[in-house]
Ligand binder design. Structure first.
Ligand code: COA
Length: 260
């Protein structure tokens, strides 16, 4: 696929996807959502990519939301389809990816932008980041998983207040809520994400993949997370990485994981 609204850089086993519609504050139109789906899929299927970072271009925004101009005239049926397709192609897809995904929140992360950041496995913000779910100010509600993931991350009461007021919180408040794991200056944002990604990429990719799957299992209403953990734990014992990791420890050397 030829990308118009995103670009990808790959270095040292880390793939960085940059959403690139700065004039529209990187708002997610249909094409951008599809490009992101394809990009995440390609990077996930590439064994050399150990971690994915997603960020926004420009100095102002991560993503300022779903593209309002695209859905302003939608019917009930189209609105429903918009949420269903978006959740399937991008938000649930990212959350359930085997490759770890870090959101580098470099400015406004509003509506679908915050929902994308929340679908990532964790978030790092720059001091100028502003986060919120402003949908009720537009007469709609979050439709890309925001009503579910925000309470999971910050607790029900805080999520209710953020959603009902449609207000924005700054990076420090997001940190105090547990919505982002770190807050650094804009210049330090990508270097810190890369540093964290490098630490992850030194570990067993196959074990990291199982860990993502099992943590996510605990948040699914129809899956027993503890049972999923037992299965995944057992699965690890059949992998080359388990043999390598345990042997390396006993032999007092650094593990060299193959990811299988
Ligand atoms: N959808 C479509 N276009 C958007 C957008 C969105 N979610 N967010 C910003 N844009 C566009 C603006 O329309 C504007 O385009 P224009 O220059 O062609 O008029 C451009 O991006 C710059 O935005 P602007 O509003 O001029 O910037 P600002 O600094 O004054 O305000 C925000 C920044 C983020 C506060 C403001 O853009 C905003 O409130 N955006 C919508 C946020 C939102 O409600 N998101 C949830 C959608 S469900």
């Amino acid at each position: 696929m030829d990308y118009e609204n995103i670009y990808i850089e790959e270095e040292n086993n880390i793939g960085t996807i940059t959403i690139n519609r700065p004039k529209k504050l990187n708002a997610l139109n249909k094409r951008t959502i599809e490009e992101l789906h394809v990009a995440f899929k390609e990077l996930d299927e590439d064994a050399d990519t150990k971690v994915i970072i997603v960020t926004g271009s420009g100095e102002k925004a991560f993503v300022a939301g779903a593209d309002i101009s695209e859905f302003a005239h939608f019917s009930v049926k189209e609105g429903r389809q918009l949420a269903a397709m978006g959740q399937k192609r991008l938000f649930d897809f990212v959350e359930n990816l085997s490759t770890p995904v870090i959101a580098a929140v470099n400015g406004f992360a509003l509506g679908g932008g915050l929902e994308l950041a929340m679908a990532c496995h964790f978030r790092v913000a720059s001091t100028n980041a502003r986060m919120g779910l402003p949908e009720v100010s537009l007469g709609v509600i979050p439709g890309y998983g925001g009503t579910q993931r925000l309470p999971q991350l910050v607790g029900k009461g805080r999520a209710m207040e953020m959603i009902m007021t449609a207000g924005m919180i700054d990076a420090d408040k997001a940190f105090s809520f547990g919505l982002v794991n770190h807050v650094v200056s804009p210049e330090e944002l990508l270097p810190l994400c890369i540093k964290i990604a490098s630490r992850i990429s030194n570990n067993s990719a196959v074990a990291v993949k199982q860990a993502i799957k099992v943590v996510n299992a605990g948040f699914k209403y129809d899956v027993d997370g503890y049972a999923a953990e037992i299965d995944a734990f057992g699965h690890c014992f059949g992998t080359d990485d388990f043999r390598e990791g345990t042997s390396a420890f006993l032999e007092k050397r650094k593990a060299d994981f193959s990811g299988s």
